[in-house]
Design a binder for this molecule. Structure first.
Ligand SMILES: *Cc1c(COP(=O)(O)O)cnc(C)c1O
Length: 225
């Protein structure tokens, strides 16, 4: 199945200059990614470490790879040399591990803290009080090879649009609040929320980075998320 170029162009117009579109290419072949690349797109999101590593190896080097899945600490080293932004950081040992591998590669790795906003226990993330603690701890030098650039969240899978809006609105509030604590050398600039089904609500609630897969690449086969 080719890329839905019409949906893509429409999205680009709808999002404008200020919102980054991360095209979520998980489970999709490199040919599809190249198709979008040839339309000028550079930000791609993947959920599985090995799949990301395999794709990165054969695709153009100016692609900005976003890791949006659940990252296991023991796999950080595989993506540390090249990853552009890690969206779903949800525990402190992981943050330390990313910092360690950033140091090895002499990089500062950009990260977003995932916030638990949904009902589902399967969705990971920090709670409000934990976020503030991490942000305030940052300047003390322990984490010099990571940069926390903002927050990421996933809403509950539901048809209740009010509930989705409530969750995104809560995340926006947290984003604004924590922006004030963020150190000057690591300002909060990214609020990653919104997928194919709920990105319009996310935009209304202040998202500036959406992660969109099926709307661009078509439905995925039932591959675990
Ligand atoms: C798969 C995935 C997406 C994209 O989902 P679509 O509904 O296909 O747009 C976005 N964010 C995360 C974290 C994902 O796992």
């Amino acid at each position: 199945m080719p890329v839905n170029a019409e949906n893509y162009q429409h999205l680009k117009e709808e999002l404008g200059e200020k919102v980054t579109l991360v095209a979520v290419s998980k489970t999709k072949p490199v040919e599809n990614i190249l198709e979008l690349y040839n339309l000028g797109h550079r930000d791609f999101g993947e959920n599985y470490v090995q799949e990301l590593v395999d794709k990165e190896a054969v695709l153009p080097k100016d692609i900005r790879w976003h890791f949006i899945g659940t990252l296991q600490s023991n796999k950080v080293k595989k993506i540390a040399p090249f990853v552009h932004l890690i969206h779903g950081v949800d525990n402190i040992p992981l943050l330390k591990k990313i910092n360690k591998h950033g140091n090895k590669w002499n990089r500062v790795i950009d990260c977003l803290l995932q916030v638990h906003i949904a009902d589902e226990e399967t969705k990971h993330g920090f709670y409000e009080n934990e976020i503030e603690e991490i942000i305030k701890q940052l300047p003390n030098g322990e984490f010099s090879n990571i940069k926390i650039s903002g927050l990421m969240g996933m809403s509950t899978l539901t048809d209740n649009l009010d509930k989705i809006r409530y969750e995104f609105n809560y995340l926006q509030d947290l984003y604004k609040k924590n922006s004030m604590f963020a150190p000057a050398n690591s300002p909060f600039t990214i609020l990653s929320m919104g997928m194919s089904g709920d990105y319009k609500i996310a935009l209304e609630e202040g998202s500036n980075m959406v992660r969109i897969g099926s709307l661009i690449f078509g439905q995925r086969n039932n591959h675990p998320v």
